[in-house]
Ligand binder design. Structure first.
Ligand code: ADP
Length: 692
């Protein structure tokens, strides 16, 4: 273009308003057709006068005005650097100086001068400057004589190229110097053998050991190996087919065969139509991170395992401690309690005996182990013991036996041996737990009691026999004496004087008392020997009471005693009527004898409770208003030969004893309530008769 300035200036026509004036001042101005070219040229042109330092702007084309955001009238005829000074906000601005130097160079040499790329910011209409990069070329326009008449200042606005160029350079330097490996491949084929590598950066070489020349033209799949996860590769492949970016972690192999982990990020480079131009993949090595992760994981596992182990150990130890403690306690207990403790295995083979056992037998653990203990069993008890033990082992039934064991001093002691089978959670017998309780003392007491009981029985029996014999022996002569005394008393053997009769009557009374006494004693003896027989029938209690009261009425009246019977009609007991009368007679007789003041009442009623056993009872009572019976004597009076006033000589002290025995034989009881000085109430409890 610069050279076009040297063409015939007459061809430049003047569509612009300034054309005429330019031509006026500079006769060599280009012809009109050149103006058209000048105006429509895509590059920015400025026609400068060679009048330094003004460099008056003679003409500017549309592109130039557009590029510099100026209007023609603002620039034409004005000095270049007045309109386009340096950006005052840019202290590094060198635009004016460089352009001036270049223009001077053109003036000096008469040759075009290409300036270096210029940063030459331009003022904006709203004030301020806009960053711009320019690629300027200053060319001389010479006339026919070779005289420089203009300088054409052509500038190409390369701001865009500079911007994108620098971005590219930045990107390039980033890619080149990045620590992450960058691989660029062709778009296809995704099938075998895979897209070919067109670019790798330095980091790729560092990471893989492959120089660019070794891999360009080959596929990134050369990095894969046996450890590379096929499922991850499949996932990447699927994303590529969908032309989508993908991220994955993959095990790759270096040139020397060593594996390394990478985090890979693949993205398509698309053109405007969405076609894949290239694939870029950025790979970051994660081996260390993975190793760290794996180490952390392993450490975590190990720590957890160790903690668990420690915990388990602590638990076991605490259980053991507890066991030891409980075993110690158990042994202490076993050694302390007054029993021998032993255990056996499921077959009955003895393993453990508490210390006491060894103290007792004087045996060593060896001697008494297994079946050794049998040697200490009394020979007479052995057979029985073995049989009983075998039975328990066979059936699992608890074992219980009394047998004798030989003490260290040779004496045999009685023991109660007991054992229970121990079961596991499945119910199988795991062993036996047994105890040996020394029952020698108990057995001695039992034997003693038994001996006494037998002796008592024998004594009672012999006393009963004695009494019976004695009774008969005495009763007969007494009966004979009575008979004779009565013959005398009745005057059958001759008339007696008054004093003689009195004496004979006394003899009769004494004999009567003696006979009754003997009768009572015989009764007592029989009762003690359980030889009294009773025959219970439904008995009218009121009638028996009235009969007995009548028997004693004279006697009562004689001592000034009122005697009342208050029994409801039809009250019946299930009892032996003879024995009932015997008891009643005894009670009324006692009342008349020992409580001869006020009055005696015999009454009876059915009581729903309060008897010797639960249920309804007939309570037959004999109440007096006599002296009463002291509290501490109330039980004693029911024992044989007890008399509260031994001097009284009125009885042998057996009446109440016999009465209570008989009452109990009748299925009831005889009790007393009393208040000193106010009287006593004897209650005979009898089972009621069944309703008719
Ligand atoms: P005994 O054959 O001597 O009458 P009991 O066994 O019938 O003997 O009575 C024992 C003793 O109980 C009597 O000696 C008497 O002291 C006392 N006793 C019995 N009944 C009464 C009563 N109703 N009031 C006071 N004391 C009584």
């Amino acid at each position: 273009m610069a050279n076009s300035g040297t063409s015939d200036p007459t061809t430049v026509s003047g569509p612009t308003p300034d054309q005429d004036s330019i031509q006026e001042q500079h006769p060599a101005a280009p012809a009109a057709d050149f103006w058209a070219v000048f105006e429509s040229a895509p590059d920015a042109y400025l026609l400068l006068a060679p009048d330094p330092p003004r460099f008056t702007m003679m003409a500017a084309n549309e592109a130039r005005l557009r590029a510099t955001l100026t209007r023609r009238e603002d620039v034409i005829g004005r000095p270049l650097f007045e309109v386009f000074p340096d950006n005052p906000d840019d202290p590094a601005a060198t635009g004016v100086r460089n352009l001036l130097a270049s223009l001077k160079e053109v003036l000096r040499t008469g040759k075009p001068h290409r300036m270096a790329l210029q940063k030459y910011d331009i003022p904006t209409p709203g004030g301020g400057f806009e960053e711009r990069y320019w690629d300027p070329l200053n060319s001389p326009v010479l006339d026919e004589d070779g005289k420089l008449i203009y300088i054409i200042h052509r500038v190409e606005d390369v701001t865009e190229q500079v911007r994108s160029g620098s971005r590219l350079r930045i990107l390039e330097s980033v890619v080149t110097t990045a620590n992450d490996a960058v691989v660029v491949t062709e778009p296809e084929p995704l099938d075998e053998p895979g897209p070919r590598i067109v670019y790798v950066n330095e980091a790729f070489t560092r990471m893989t050991g492959y120089a660019p020349a070794e891999v360009i033209g080959r596929t990134p799949r050369i990095l894969q190996g046996v450890g590379t996860s096929p499922s991850t590769v499949r996932r990447i492949r699927a994303a590529l087919e969908r032309r989508e970016p993908v991220r994955a972690e993959l095990l790759n192999y270096r040139r020397d065969g060593s594996p390394f982990w990478v985090e890979i990020s693949i993205a398509p480079v698309l053109d405007e139509s969405g076609r894949v131009l290239q694939w870029t993949s950025v790979q970051r090595e994660t081996t260390e991170r993975r190793q760290a992760e794996e180490t952390t994981l392993r450490l975590t596992h190990e720590t957890a395992a160790r903690a668990q182990e420690a915990k388990t150990r602590t638990e076991i130890e605490s259980v053991l401690d507890k066991l030891r403690e409980s075993e110690a306690r158990y042994r202490l207990l076993a050694d302390t309690i007054p029993q021998h403790i032993w255990t056996t295995d499921p077959d009955g083979y003895h393993g453990y005996f508490s210390r006491r056992w060894y103290d007792f037998t004087g045996a060593t653990p060896e001697e008494t182990k297994g079946e050794g203990w049998l040697r200490f069993v009394h020979p007479d008890d052995r057979e029985r013991t073995v049989a009983r033990w075998q039975h328990s082992l066979r059936t699992g039934e608890p074992y219980s036996i009394e047998y004798r064991f030989r003490r260290a001093d040779g004496e045999y002691r009685w023991f109660l041996g007991q054992a229970m089978p121990q079961h596991d959670e499945m119910g199988a017998i795991t062993g036996w737990f047994g105890t040996l309780t020394d029952i020698s003392e108990r057995r001695r007491l039992d034997e003693e009691r038994e001996r006494r009981r037998e002796e008592l029985e024998r004594v009672t029996e012999s006393r009963a026999t004695l009494m019976r014999g004695f009774g008969h022996d005495v009763k007969n002569p007494l009966g004979a004496a009575m008979g004779h005394a009565q013959l005398l008393a009745e005057g059958i053997l001759g008339e007696l004087s008054g004093r003689q009769r009195e004496s004979v009557e006394r003899i009769c009374r004494s004999i009567d008392t003696a006979i009754r006494l003997i009768h009572d004693l015989l009764d007592l003896a029989r009762a003690e020997a359980g030889q009294i027989e009773v025959e219970c029938v439904a008995t009218d209690v009121g009638r028996a009471a009235r009969e007995i009261a009548e028997d004693f009425r004279a006697q009562a009246t004689a001592v000034g005693l009122a005697l009342d019977v208050r029994v409801p009609d039809g009250l019946r007991a299930d009892t032996d009527p003879t024995r009932l009368r015997q008891i009643l007679a005894n009670l009324v007789s006692n009342a008349v004898k020992y409580a001869p003041q006020g009055q005696v009442t015999v009454d009876a009623e059915i009581r729903p409770s309060g008897g010797p056993r639960p249920g309804a009872w007939v309570a037959l009572r004999v109440t007096d208003t006599g002296p009463g019976i002291p509290e501490d004597k109330r039980e004693q009076i029911f024992q044989e030969f007890t008399r509260l006033d031994p001097e009284a000589q009125q009885g042998a002290g057996v009446g109440l004893a016999i009465s209570r025995r008989i009452a109990r034989l009748l299925g009831g009881d005889l009790t007393v309530e009393s208040e000193a000085g106010r009287g006593s109430t004897f209650t005979l409890w009898l089972p009621p008769a069944a309703p008719e």
